[in-house]
Design a protein. Structure first.
Length: 325
């Protein structure tokens, strides 16, 4: 089979190499899956750089989120068992962790449903306890996990303010259903949020960016608001002023979704049931901006790492070389 492999750490576009390798052999409790679609995630780039909390042994195949097919023909969603990741024609996964792919979504959409939407659902509902009628501020609203947060916020009955960088991404955020869109390149984010909320601020802030975005969050969070930290795509990890949180009465919450897979896997399944139901109703639908063939995986991971994509980029091994849809 063909698979992308990383033999040394560095930028994805430089260290990912497409090779002919043998199909992986399932270990105890594992299954072999034919990859129907693999969604590109920011952690794929971090693993290539050696900067992610999970560091698979070299060489490894990246790709942490797939829609695959079991040998008995079931269409499933899975997080591949590294080092045999999803940017390949076949991958391994833990049998107990397989989830049924929603019928309402095609392969690319189903592959993009798991990590991003689970992260957003846990952040908004498990950690922040978002309520209907509250105001939700989403940083990087046109991105992979941000677009999921926007859709889930709207589905929960919140007023959603989306922050995006540039006119094109602002248009995407608007198309996702944001009630207010702020272009951080053209507008003062803090002033715009205060204007949109009558000076009150946002009840819940979803921050996958860190850096300057967190500074803006602390200035725009409402009384008894909640800032949920889900990542640091900016590359800068902020140092919160706890005295400010005390004086202003707001909470700073962390969300590491992967821990739920070991600490409370039943809650992960419950979340998947909720997401499947919302997909069936048309309330959520992963924004798949690009579908690329397997040969385009390294370039796709690099572009996600560089922050120049919107929504989700997915790799479809069945696409002919050079084709895209």
């Amino acid at each position: 089979m063909q698979a992308w492999q990383v033999h040394e750490l560095g930028e994805p576009g430089e260290v990912m190499r497409l090779a002919d390798v043998g199909r992986p052999t399932p270990g105890e409790g594992q299954v072999l899956l034919r990859v129907r679609a693999a969604a590109v995630n920011f952690p794929d780039a971090l693993m290539c750089r050696g900067q992610y909390q999970t560091r698979p042994p070299l060489p490894f195949t990246p790709g942490v989120e797939i829609c695959g097919e079991t040998e008995d023909g079931r269409r499933v969603i899975a997080n591949p068992a590294l080092p045999h990741g999803g940017f390949a024609e076949y991958a391994l996964a833990d049998d107990a962790a397989l989830l049924p792919a929603p019928d309402a979504l095609d392969d690319a959409e189903a592959a993009a449903l798991h990590i991003g939407y689970q992260t957003a659902w846990f952040a908004l509902h498990r950690r922040a306890r978002l309520e209907a009628g509250e105001t939700l501020l989403v940083h990087a609203a046109a991105g992979g996990v941000g677009s999921a947060a926007v859709q889930l916020g709207k589905a929960a009955g919140a007023t959603v303010i989306g922050v995006a960088g540039g006119a094109d991404k602002a248009a995407v955020a608007r198309g996702l259903g944001c009630d207010v869109v702020i272009d951080r390149r053209e507008q003062d984010v803090v002033a715009a949020v205060k204007e949109a909320t009558g000076g009150r601020g946002a009840d819940v802030i979803f921050d996958p960016v860190g850096g300057d975005a967190y500074t803006q969050s602390a200035k725009t969070v409402a009384f008894e608001g909640r800032i949920v930290i889900v990542g640091f795509a900016s590359g800068t990890i902020p140092s919160p002023g706890l005295n400010h949180a005390l004086i202003k009465n707001y909470a700073i919450l962390g969300l590491h979704w992967g821990l739920y897979n070991t600490r409370n896997p039943e809650l992960v399944r419950h979340c998947h049931e909720q997401l499947t139901d919302l997909a069936a109703k048309g309330a959520i639908k992963p924004l798949v901006s690009e579908r690329v063939p397997l040969v385009g995986a390294a370039d796709a991971v690099q572009r996600v790492a560089d922050g120049v994509t919107t929504g989700r980029v997915t790799v479809l091994p069945s696409l002919e070389n050079g084709a895209a849809a």
